[in-house]
Write a protein that binds this ligand. Structure first.
Ligand SMILES: *[C@@H]1O[C@H](CO)[C@@H](O)[C@H](O)[C@H]1NC(C)=O
Length: 257
């Protein structure tokens, strides 16, 4: 009985705090659970930080009050600097931790969306992560091949080509988007990869993480040594088998499990 009451009380507290949080949204300033008075920017900055730390997972939309903050971040110099730093660390890892084999079996894995190609132009027109994802409209946009190149990633891409490392593009994009994906990549300057691996029909019921781990497993059994992965989603870098090192680019816009 006491336990039941305890559970009831806990649920009551959760409901109470969430309704208070909703009420606070209306004000420019918010109060944290400990009573600290903070600005909306503090609140949204901490939300973004905890997304990147992977403490916040599985969100379907950005908290409504942070949509304009995230829109600002994704189009800011800070986003560029953060991304460039990720790529610089990849290049540093290659130069310090990796001795390339003469058998040409070294490999690197890239995501596509918001790793090589930016989907920010799409999200700009579609609520900037504040609306639930409409797969049909995103795929319509993808099939127009309008993704813009992320220049920082192109630097790493071309560096890997010069080193003779095999580049694998592993994406949750579906197989029917293969031809617009290739056109888009080549058009903005990405070419010379070893293989582009998309989600076939048999992969559609798998999670992105499960699908990508399976791809890595196949690459390893084909004798490849995966020196690194760079992606904007945790599902691209978590799970086993992994790579020598993994690198996470910033992307608070959406979450892919
Ligand atoms: C999703 O996008 C498609 C294509 O733009 C549109 O026809 C459809 O109404 C949208 N669905 C929702 C639920 O908004």
């Amino acid at each position: 009985m006491a336990r039941k009451l305890g559970i009831f009380f806990a649920i009551f507290c959760i409901l109470l705090t969430s309704s208070l949080a909703d009420w606070n949204i209306l004000k420019e300033y918010k109060t944290t659970n400990s009573g600290l008075k903070i600005s909306l920017k503090n609140y949204c900055e901490s939300w973004r930080m905890n997304v990147e730390l992977h403490n916040i997972k599985d969100y379907v939309v950005i908290p409504q009050e942070c949509v304009s903050y995230i829109a600002k971040y994704m189009t800011s110099t800070q986003y560029k600097v953060d991304s460039e730093r990720t790529i610089d660390e990849c290049i540093f890892h290659l130069s310090t931790n990796c001795i390339l084999g003469k058998d040409r079996k070294d490999a690197w894995i890239f995501d596509i969306d918001d790793t090589l190609l930016s989907t920010v132009p799409y999200y700009k027109q579609n609520g900037f992560g504040g609306n639930k994802l409409n797969v049909t409209s995103l795929e319509d946009w993808i099939s127009q091949g309008k993704g813009t190149a992320l220049d920082h990633s192109m630097k790493l891409f071309n560096h890997l080509k010069e080193l003779g490392v095999n580049i694998f593009l592993v994406s949750s994009r579906k197989e029917h988007l293969r031809s617009p994906t290739i056109d888009n990549l080549v058009h903005v300057g990405f070419y010379g990869w070893t293989s582009l691996i998309l989600r076939g029909q048999e992969d559609e019921c798998k999670s992105a993480q499960g699908f990508k781990a399976e791809v890595r497993s196949k690459l390893i059994s084909n004798g490849y040594r995966i020196l690194g992965i760079v992606g904007d989603q945790w599902s691209s870098i978590e799970g086993l088998p992994s790579a020598k090192r993994t690198f996470k680019l910033p992307n608070p816009l959406y979450y892919v499990a």
